[in-house]
Design a protein. Structure first.
Lengths: 598, 339
């Protein structure tokens, strides 16, 4: 993979970990009060879940093998999923409430100007190898992440207003972070930024070898973190086994140290279908996310020992993307001509009006999906602008729009532009994603009704990304984007005209239309606005512009579907990523499951 | 069985299949691209002779089907109204034998009911119609690619065998090279290099060209062998003695010998090339949507949920069996007849 593409990919993945939303200060205080000092002087966190039993193991599938265990360099989803179990952050986004909660920082204060965050760290707690954690580890971690040479994806995240966050140590258990400008809900930035053990990594950092440490072949005793589990064994191509971290810093209400599970095994399975088959065969206990088709298969089987959850709309949005790039290195005459149609807002509106979103939700996702008209899905109730219209499909309206934009029809029904050229274009999709290919094929049929001929071209996924991000040599594509957080800040990379994932017009040259300039302005304003109401108003306006101008034509958002064996205590799947293992420290096996596992 | 009778069965069988495919527009009740989004993955229609009162109807009929509420892909028949099967009915526009525009279909039922003999696919398209239309692509690909590779193979093989010497050496080494080529991967590579804007027809011709181009080597070697032995025959030598030209000798004395080999070879190659097209389309590298091919219909079986719950999507695979079997019988019979 070439470097810029890799970067774009890393952007996707990184942003999916990027924080957001409003802070519940009352909640913070409540959690801070719950912190308990044990006899050994450890300031432990008391969780609120049901009290469980120790023992047992959980088997979870991963669609691909992790590439690394190094939190500084990891960009792929599988690596991040494993690393999340091995490490902890300062402030965490609680996946269930979607609000920030104390993690390694047991409390914090914000200066009146909103630029300085002072955090009180948990005292007396240990890394998974038994070494004590203190402010030096925090200092070291951020030094690593912010270092240019580390090439860490977190660096961009921790750069606010063009300047990296700075921090200083106020005492062995107190650190102060300083931002160059006020940043809305800045606490969320710290989510999933793993704190590293200075005693293990400082040497390789000084020798500039950090990128080569904590690879998959590193012996388990050289890896330590503050997460609920630690590495026990890695079998290439097969599985990775994590074992309980005996030094973990959370306890349940009865005072038992978490986690309950003895170990967690990640099986590498390849793709969703294999994942489902393994789950069906009883080899895995949890199915983190599946398509509606497979959900229907499992539902149909009515197995007694399986629980299935439909969590409602996810944060993923699927959309039809037109190539509006202003600079295309090797644009053919044909593409340039077609771009003239794509740039006509009435053309985009007509396409949107002609698409039958309801059928998509019904056929592609068996009804387990919701039609959408902007990128904010109903899964994100907090930021969704309910004023955005949901017009029903109307071929007549589409024709009207096209007519008013100067298009006409030949006697056989073919749509012609003002120069008499027949309107046709191609839609790219990733061949491995059958749902998006299906959506494209339905669009093909829908647009045929207004006289537009569409070709659907399924390509290998990397070839699609390459055409969209690198060569810009495509006409339209059906894509999907997910986001790990609900906050609008997580969308900056897509909506700022200089953003790296400003898909329809890449290159970071700035706004090319007045409405893009307005979105830029609104997105920047919402970052520095501190009041939620103010931010919401600004973001609502962004959604309204989007619904009107349609830089991307949003289609449907699939529901989040998960499955698990019955008998897993505290199992509370959520819409935010990671959907099932976010509370792995509280999971335990009940009754039969426990017997079976012995 | 006499060789002649051995030939009849496969020929009749293949004749029927090819005729059906040729008359696809007439035989298929619907257009291959026609979606009924209310009927995704519906199982084959049940054709009734008895209504719910148990009364016998001489003319078979179907019921309209709807998806049961809250239960996806579970269909119930609306027994209130019967839709009798109509022969030579008027339906959607199509082309009779690919040329004359008509809306006449062999059979059909009145809307809103639909008859799907082999169920529907994910968009509610009639699998039977797609199968019949899809045969055009799959069978034609086999025939055309075979013609192409036999043309190349016979020409080069005859040249090689007849003239011998360095020409023979060059052509045969080249043939060995082509035999060693992994053709499937070659096809992948060629398909990946193609421009995006390729219409289904172009994609189809390209596939044929590639399959045919790669396939010349095997017939070339066979033909060379036959020509090599034929040119030493007494009558050929005599003909040469009388001053016959090379072309005359090839045409008059040698090709009649070769023709049997070519026929038998064709019967062997056609199913191979049909399979090649099916494989490519199965993997999504054939003609694009919405144009069907047997491979692309089978392609949906790559999804686990289709594999386990939609048995009717296997029909194109089932149809391949008699086609392949007939070709194999045919090739055997031809070999026995001529050798």
């Amino acid at each position: 993979m070439n470097a810029p593409l890799r970067q774009s990919l890393s952007q996707f993945i990184r942003r999916s970990w990027l924080p957001a939303c409003v802070v519940g200060f009352s909640l913070l205080l409540q959690f801070a009060a719950a912190a308990n000092s044990s006899s050994s002087g450890e300031q432990l966190l008391v969780t609120s879940g049901a009290t469980g039993h120790y023992g047992g193991h959980l088997v979870v599938s991963l669609r691909s093998e992790p590439k690394t265990l190094n939190p500084v360099t990891s960009i792929d989803v599988s690596s991040r999923e494993v690393i999340a179990q091995l490490t902890a952050d300062l402030i965490h986004i609680d996946r269930a409430s979607q609000k920030v909660v104390p993690s390694l920082a047991q409390s914090w204060t914000v200066s009146p100007d909103g630029k300085r965050y002072t955090m009180q760290l948990r005292r007396g707690i240990h890394f998974s190898d038994g070494v004590v954690f203190d402010a030096d580890d925090v200092l070291f971690s951020f030094k690593v992440y912010l270092d240019d040479k580390s090439n860490s994806p977190q660096r961009d995240l921790l750069t606010v207003g063009g300047k990296p966050i700075t921090l200083k140590k106020d005492g062995p258990y107190e650190v102060t972070f300083e931002l160059s400008q006020p940043y809305a809900s800045a606490e969320r930035l710290f989510d999933s930024v793993a704190i590293l053990p200075r005693h293990l990594l400082e040497k390789s950092f000084q020798e500039n070898k950090l990128a080569q440490t904590w690879t998959l072949t590193t012996p388990p005793d050289q890896i330590a973190g503050l997460g609920p589990f630690r590495l026990r064994q890695y079998l290439p191509g097969r599985q990775m086994v994590l074992e309980r971290n005996p030094y973990y810093w959370k306890i349940d209400r009865a005072g038992n140290r978490l986690p309950y599970l003895n170990d967690v095994t990640f099986l590498f399975v390849g793709n969703e279908d294999t994942e489902v088959m393994r789950f069906e065969g009883g080899e895995t206990d949890v199915l983190n996310r599946m398509g509606a088709d497979n959900y229907a298969v499992l539902e149909h089987e009515h197995k007694q020992d399986v629980q299935l959850h439909d969590l409602g709309p996810s944060l993923e949005y699927n959309f039809l993307l037109f190539n509006l790039n202003s600079q295309i290195p090797s644009a053919s005459k044909e593409l340039s001509h077609r771009q003239e149609w794509f740039r006509e807002v009435k053309f985009r509106q007509a396409v949107s009006a002609a698409i039958d979103r309801d059928s998509m939700a019904r056929i592609v996702y068996h009804g387990r999906a919701t039609t959408i008209y902007t990128h904010v899905t109903p899964g994100n109730q907090l930021w969704l602008d309910s004023a955005v219209a949901h017009p029903a499909r109307s071929v007549d309206h589409a024709r009207e729009l096209l007519r008013s934009a100067g298009f006409s029809w030949r006697s056989d029904g073919t749509l012609l532009d003002h120069s008499g050229t027949a309107v046709e274009f191609s839609i790219l999709t990733g061949a491995s994603n059958s749902q998006r290919t299906q959506m494209a094929t339905m669009i093909q049929q829908d647009l045929q009704e207004v006289g537009i001929r569409v070709q659907v071209i399924p390509l290998e996924f990397h070839a699609v990304l390459d055409r969209i991000f690198e060569s810009h040599d495509y006409e339209a594509a059906v894509m999907g984007l997910g986001t790990g957080d609900i906050d609008p800040n997580a969308q900056m990379n897509v909506w700022l005209s200089t953003g790296e994932d400003h898909l329809w017009n890449l290159g970071g040259k700035g706004p090319s239309t007045p409405w893009e300039a307005e979105i830029d302005q609104l997105m920047k304003e919402q970052v520095s606005a501190v009041q939620f109401a103010q931010r919401k108003k600004l973001y609502d306006r962004v959604q309204e512009i989007e619904a009107e101008e349609l830089p991307i034509i949003c289609l449907v958002t699939p529901n989040l579907l998960v499955g698990a064996k019955v008998g897993i205590g505290n199992f509370k799947p959520v819409v935010l990523d990671p959907h099932t293992l976010w509370n792995s420290d509280e999971l335990f096996l009940v009754g039969d499951q426990r017997q079976a596992k012995r | 069985m006499s060789p002649r009778r051995q030939l009849v069965l496969p020929l009749v069988c293949l004749g029927i299949v090819h005729l059906a495919v040729l008359l696809a527009g007439f035989i298929a009740p619907y257009n291959y691209a026609e979606q009924d989004r209310n009927l995704p993955f519906a199982p084959p229609s049940r054709i009734h002779f008895f209504d719910i009162q148990g009364k016998f109807h001489f003319r078979p009929f179907v019921y309209e089907r709807t998806e049961e509420e809250d239960q996806f892909r579970v269909y119930q028949e609306l027994t209130a109204r019967q839709f009798p099967l109509q022969f030579f009915s008027r339906g959607s526009d199509s082309k009779f034998a690919g040329t004359v525009a008509t809306n006449l279909h062999l059979f059909g039922v009145k809307l809103p009911a639909r008859i799907s003999l082999m169920g529907t696919d994910s968009y509610g398209r009639d699998v039977f119609s797609r199968l019949v239309y899809g045969g055009r692509i799959s069978l034609l690909a086999g025939l055309l690619a075979t013609a192409l590779s036999l043309l190349g193979g016979t020409t080069l093989g005859a040249l090689s065998g007849f003239y011998g010497g360095w020409l023979d050496a060059v052509i045969m080494r080249l043939a060995e090279l082509f035999l060693a080529l992994p053709w499937l991967y070659l096809l992948f590579a060629v398909r990946a290099f193609l421009p995006l804007h390729i219409t289904p027809a172009d994609a189809f011709l390209m596939i044929i060209a590639v399959i045919g181009f790669v396939g010349w080597a095997k017939p070339a070697r066979l033909v060379r062998g036959v020509v090599l032995s034929a040119r030493e025959r007494g009558y050929v030598v005599a003909g040469r003695g009388f001053g016959a030209s090379d072309f005359y000798l090839l045409q008059r004395h040698i090709f009649p010998q070769v023709s049997s080999v070519i026929l038998a070879q064709a019967a062997l190659l056609i199913p191979q090339y049909i399979l090649a097209e099916v494989t490519l389309s199965f993997l999504g590298l054939g003609v694009g949507e919405p144009v069907p091919s047997w491979g692309s219909i089978l392609g949906s079986l790559q999804q686990y949920h289709v594999l386990v719950s939609c048995w009717w999507m296997f029909f194109p695979g089932v149809v391949l069996i008699p086609v392949f079997f007939s070709y194999s019988q045919l090739s055997q019979a031809l070999q026995e007849r001529f050798v």
